[in-house]
Write a new protein. Structure first.
Length: 190
């Protein structure tokens, strides 16, 4: 695991980091959007350098499980990514997604520039109309992203129904988004 510097992306792409519960779920969702070029599961928003998955799960590093998304804005807009983000999880539950409980499962957008911040805040206000309870999603600057261990990368595509979590949590989430026309069934990237 290492901090990913800004130079690790192509000049034609942009990057955003989202947390919406388990990173396996978010990774599977965003891999199924045209224009997304890479998705990495990892940790951000904490204060401990190079945390391990085990350490983050202990809840004392301040990190959230996140996905860092590299996308081509000519193929998929930041607005579309935000729309899918709000639809892919419940942004009204503090430090929780379903049975996953802890600060590492919080809803968070980690922006890289002022434009992303402004668009995220505008999108959050618009998304609030779709939820009865207040959205608790944090919108904060990305300070560092730490890629999770290799076995967390491309998890749903490589593990699928061999893990009951994938069957019970991830597959229904993908089906819901597929039925809304927000994603496609097969990933564009792996």
């Amino acid at each position: 695991m290492k901090d990913q510097p800004a130079s690790d992306k192509s000049a034609a792409t942009e990057r955003i980091t989202f947390g919406g519960g388990c990173f396996w779920c978010m990774e599977a969702v965003f891999q199924r959007l045209k224009g997304v070029k890479a998705v990495a599961s990892g940790f951000a928003g904490g204060d401990v350098p190079n945390p391990s998955y085990k350490r983050v799960c202990e809840g004392d590093t301040g990190h959230a499980e996140v996905v860092q998304i590299e996308f081509d804005p000519k193929e998929v807009s930041f607005e579309t990514l935000l729309h899918v983000f709000w639809a892919a999880h419940d942004p009204t539950t503090l430090n929780r997604q379903g049975h996953d409980v802890g600060t590492q499962y919080r809803s968070i957008i980690l922006y890289e520039n002022d434009q992303q911040k402004a668009e995220a805040e505008k999108s959050k206000a618009e998304a609030q109309k779709d939820f009865k309870d207040p959205i608790v999603t944090q919108i904060v600057p990305l300070k560092a992203f730490y890629k999770a261990e290799d076995y967390h990368q491309d998890y749903f595509n490589t593990t699928g129904d061999r893990n009951p979590y994938c069957t019970v949590v991830i597959r229904p989430k993908l089906q819901k988004l597929l039925s809304k026309g927000l994603i496609r069934e097969e990933p564009y990237i792996k």
